[in-house]
Ligand binder design. Structure first.
Ligand code: FEO
Length: 167
């Protein structure tokens, strides 16, 4: 089944948005590291890498379906935050936006009876549960530990463990 133009456009928009997400998280990594919150910086660097992987999943899929890639400029991300809590809240808000975009795409794919795209999006629906949950958990831990002094350093240390846990 040929990829519908409307779906192709939405998938291309999502390539752009996922790359923008990487850029957005890279801005957060910079904000953290400029303030010596290197654990949080590490966390957001990894988050940025993951977003590029998401972009590539959409990119590869468009090509696999015989569609055309239309790359657009990437917007400048926010760069000023009041605190690490502010950064993580912004990240959660961002992930909720990604989720609603994925859901909208799913609605379109269903309307077009495009089962292959629904299958791709199923992966993202699951991924978004994890993404939102990860930010929500950090905020909850911050509420317990506080986002200043020793509490902040403890959270920063925890964030620095991302991808480094030994099993
Ligand atoms: Fe690609 Fe964080 O959603």
């Amino acid at each position: 089944m040929k990829l519908a133009k409307q779906i192709e456009k939405k998938l291309n928009d999502q390539v752009n948005f996922e790359i923008y997400s990487a850029y957005y998280y890279l801005g957060m990594a910079a904000w953290c590291e400029e303030r010596n919150l290197n654990g949080a910086g590490h966390f957001f660097r990894l988050q940025a890498k993951e977003e590029l992987e998401h972009a590539m999943k959409f990119f590869d899929y468009i090509l696999e379906r015989g569609g055309s890639i239309a790359l657009e400029p990437i917007s400048r991300p926010a760069a000023s935050y009041k605190s690490l809590r502010d950064v993580v809240s912004a990240a959660l808000k961002h992930e909720r936006e990604v989720t609603s975009r994925i859901e909208e795409m799913m609605d379109s794919a269903r309307a077009k009876k495009d089962y292959a795209t629904q299958n791709l999006l199923d992966w993202f629906v699951e991924e978004q549960v994890e993404e939102e949950n990860s930010m929500e958990k950090i905020l909850a831990r911050m509420d317990l530990a506080g986002d200043k002094g020793a509490g902040l350093l403890m959270i920063d240390k925890e964030l620095g463990k991302r991808g480094r846990e030994t099993s």
